[in-house]
Design a protein around this ligand. Structure first.
Ligand code: ASP
Ligand code: MG
Length: 447
């Protein structure tokens, strides 16, 4: 069994839905098909939510009608028969009357916002399933809200998801295509919730892990994970193979193609993840597994570069740290209490510098640190550049090559040696494009 996930642009136009119908029926592998909302819908829904939060009901209504007009013309183009079209229109009519009903709820809370934003995936999957029916493709719609669960810390409840899917999946002999919603789930209070922006990838790998799929395929509009950010650097190329750890690192440090949590469930259960392009299905894409194939380990040192923006660097000193132990624990405990992940760390005998992404609790963290340390002003708008490759000690000169490429760019922090496959550096965001291009030119010259 496979799990195939199609992102917003892969379902965003009627002709794209036609081509994914062809893709999923081209071979006989049993599939769970996970869909995102049509491109633009999640943003449109969130914008309706913003209007409702600020009591701009009229404005919210207009936005809802505008979105509905988009869906009306979408189904007119998608379906070929009058029965098909009627089914599509019924779905739209139901979901949009629910959306309109949300505008009457006051005050408009986070709970309602989550119900609102879930409509994107509810619409795309129902429309796609109706289209498969019109085309005579046997399919069944599996409601994600009935099996996808998160706990109080917003982490997926793996045991519950496993169990639910075991009970709900149609039996093996069945040749139906199983269609389900990405992104949406329920929380411990039973309310509609979600796996955060871009979370449909995560849904796919949670399902793939739970059912021990043979493969998870993530279909997007680019031919795999590239060696560098194609929006910033001209000459990039797709990487054929990555290990789970390399891919996780790249996704976490900014490669937009994959939701950063996606790798964990796949790695845990050893399910390969393949990144594919809906616009060029014959392209090999990127295969992410436990271990690279013989051919892929061709002594290549540098594999890929990613960048993560809006990073804040904190500088913490204490003269009492000289020869002391337990100091780092006291510092890290504070970040743990405020559920604030640390990305990079640099230490000297009396100082620690760390970078964080989420500054929601920064003031409180600083106040607590201030009780036993001196704090410098944080640096905002920093960027982490993450370079992934094979940096084992039998490859001398790696750091030199990286630093030489970055000549002229002030480097604030370096992390090297945490693993054998990552070097991370902190620079000011203003140098990001320059750094990515310079690294591309000197690390991938002859590729
Ligand atoms: N529709 C959601 C979003 O736009 C989830 C996803 O596309 O993966 O973030
Ligand atoms: Mg995505």
């Amino acid at each position: 069994m496979h799990v195939w996930k199609f992102g917003g642009t892969s379902v965003g136009k009627p002709e794209r839905m036609h081509s994914i119908r062809n893709l999923i029926t081209a071979d006989s592998t049993r599939k769970v098909v996970v869909l995102s909302a049509l491109s633009g819908t999640t943003n449109a829904l969130l914008s309706i939510g913003e209007s409702l939060k600020s009591n701009a009901e009229e404005e919210a209504f207009e936005k809802i009608e505008h979105l509905k007009a988009h869906y009306d013309s979408f189904v007119r183009e998608l379906f070929n028969t009058s029965e098909g079209l009627a089914a599509g229109q019924r779905i739209i009519s139901n979901e949009f009357s629910f959306l309109r009903s949300l505008t009457r709820i006051k005050p408009f809370t986070l709970k309602q916002e989550k119900e609102l934003v879930a409509e994107g995936e509810l619409l795309s999957t129902q429309i796609f399933a109706a289209y498969l029916t019109e085309e005579g493709v046997p399919s069944v719609l599996l409601p994600a809200l009935e099996f996808m669960r998160i706990d109080a810390d917003n982490e997926p409840e793996l045991g519950v998801i496993d169990q639910n899917l075991r009970e709900m999946l149609p039996p093996h002999a069945d040749k139906q295509i199983i269609v389900t919603q990405g992104f949406i789930c329920r929380n411990p209070r039973g309310e509609v919730d979600n796996l955060k922006r871009g979370g449909s990838d995560y849904t796919a790998s949670l399902i793939g892990g739970a059912i021990r799929a043979e493969e998870i395929q993530i279909w997007t509009d680019i031919d795999g994970m590239h060696n560098n950010d194609p929006r910033i650097v001209k000459k990039t190329f797709p990487i054929r193979e990555l290990t789970f750890d390399e891919a996780a690192e790249l996704a976490y440090f900014g490669a937009k193609i994959l939701h950063p949590s996606t790798i964990t469930p796949a790695k845990m259960r050893g399910v390969p993840v393949r990144l594919k392009n809906t616009m060029a299905p014959e392209a090999p894409g990127t295969l992410i597994t436990d271990k690279l194939s013989e051919g892929a380990q061709n002594g290549q040192v540098f594999k890929a570069i990613a960048a993560k923006d809006n990073i804040t660097a904190l500088y913490i000193h204490s003269t009492r740290m000289l020869n002391a132990y337990g100091f780092l624990r006291r510092i890290f405990e504070i970040f743990e209490r405020f559920k604030t992940p640390i990305d990079l760390i640099a230490t000297s005998e009396v100082s620690v510098s760390v970078t964080i992404d989420n500054i929601e609790n920064l003031a409180a963290i600083q106040a607590e640190l201030g009780q036993f340390c001196e704090m410098e002003e944080p640096d905002y708008d920093q960027t982490i550049i993450c370079i992934v490759g094979n940096f084992s000690s039998d490859h001398p000169g790696i750091a030199l090559k990286v630093l030489k490429a970055l000549e002229g760019i002030p480097i604030r922090m370096i992390s090297y040696g945490g693993t054998e496959h990552n070097i991370s550096l902190l620079i000011h965001g203003q140098y990001k494009a320059q750094a990515l291009n310079a690294l591309n030119d000197s690390l991938f010259v002859n590729v």
